[in-house]
Write a protein that binds this ligand. Structure first.
Ligand code: NAD
Length: 341
């Protein structure tokens, strides 16, 4: 009997529609070669729908997400003017309590990286911290942003990170700045230490965020699972992605207890919109992580192997990887490998 899933697809802005369609193309190939039945339900979200809907995340889209098993999301442009709608990604994470943002970064064959043999995962708290969205001007020229840290959210993300570490090399590093942010990072660190008691087989250490920025350049191969608060995790996961090759290869899963949203780590790169030149692999890997979340391990392996084979052969490579192939050529190459596997 075929397994059926409803997948919400939010194409996003800028390069979003191109990379999202590229990933759907690969998912179609998975579908053609398996008993999986994926129904893609397209929703509106992002900067482009503010003019029409007055928001970047219309209510109909939230209703649509609630009817699906998971969401594949393209990158979205976030306006920077005060009072503009907050990031649609942040709203979805909060609405569905997607507390863990899981961002794997590892070296690929034939892709230039700063160091060989890097295989780490950044697990970022996804619902609070510096992304609370609470920011106000106290008086002209003086403003405050609230960095909210709770024991509840810290425990949820810490537990998720420990479970992941148990399936990997059993090493967890928590990253903080408790020497300065004593109360907020004190709560976060205490939660990690409390969760550690449930996972005695995992080796635990900690690093300050500023030192971590340096260590990720100097010795990234020594890390396994890194757990940290929202802003720190956003920054170091971009850094780790570039250290392992390209932002065009980095994907993230936003996981909660009842829903998952999957997206590339990169943004909407507006200057490349419509040029069919960016790397779609990050969004393809996001789709792969979505199948993993849905429990479709055999199909995960198919996409994983297809990506590795395309990169290893090196015949089809986008500009960020030193080649001249287009977004659609890269997507078609991965889809063909999926069909051949
Ligand atoms: P960006 O990630 O969009 O682009 C930075 C640079 O990275 C690009 O100029 C390009 O050189 C490279 N790059 C990004 N994606 C690539 C790909 N697939 N292939 C090859 N190279 C790639 O970051 P930005 O310029 O800081 O942000 C642009 C917009 O995206 C902003 O509005 C920002 O708020 C938004 N953003 C959205 C998300 C999200 O939706 N989750 C995440 C990050 C940024």
């Amino acid at each position: 009997m075929s397994k059926t899933y409803k997948i919400a697809v939010l194409k996003g802005d800028g390069i979003g529609p191109e990379v999202t369609e590229a990933a759907v193309n690969v998912l179609q190939a998975v579908q053609d070669t398996s008993d999986l039945k994926l129904t893609f339900l397209y929703g509106e979200a992002g900067y482009h729908c503010i003019a029409e809907h007055g928001t970047n995340l219309p209510e109909e889209t939230i209703t649509l997400l609630k009817q699906t098993n998971a969401c594949l999301k393209g990158p979205m442009t976030t306006p920077e003017t005060p009072g503009a709608p907050v990031s649609a990604a942040v709203k979805i994470r909060k609405t569905f309590n997607l507390y863990a943002n899981v961002r794997p970064c590892h070296t690929y064959p034939n892709v230039e990286a700063l160091k060989p043999d890097i295989d780490l995962v950044v697990v970022r708290e996804n619902t609070e911290g510096m992304y609370s969205g609470i920011e106000y001007e106290v008086s002209p020229g003086e403003a405050v942003a609230l960095r909210i840290i709770t024991k509840k959210a810290s425990l949820l993300v810490a537990e998720h990170a420990f479970k992941l570490a148990e399936k990997r090399r059993k090493h967890l590093t928590y990253v903080h700045k408790a020497n300065i942010l004593r109360i907020t990072d004190g709560i976060f660190n205490d939660a990690v230490k409390a969760a550690a008691k449930n996972h005695p087989d995992v080796t635990v250490d900690d690093v300050h965020i500023d030192a971590m920025a340096m260590h990720l350049i100097k010795k990234p191969e020594t890390y396994d699972v890194i757990v940290t608060t929202n802003l720190f995790g956003d920054v170091i996961s971009d850094e780790a992605a570039q250290v392992t090759g390209s932002l065009g290869l980095a994907a993230g899963a936003n996981i909660g207890d009842t829903y998952g949203m999957f997206e590339p780590v990169h943004g909407s790169a507006p200057k490349y919109t419509g040029q069919n030149r960016v790397n779609p692999t990050a969004t393809v890997i996001a789709a792969q992580m979505m199948l993993d979340y849905l429990g479709e391990k055999a199909e995960v392996t198919k996409i994983e192997n297809a990506v590795i084979q395309v990169l290893n052969e090196g015949k089809v490579r986008t500009k960020d990887l030193g080649g001249s192939s287009t977004t659609s050529e890269m997507s078609d190459a991965i889809a063909s490998k999926v069909k051949a596997l």
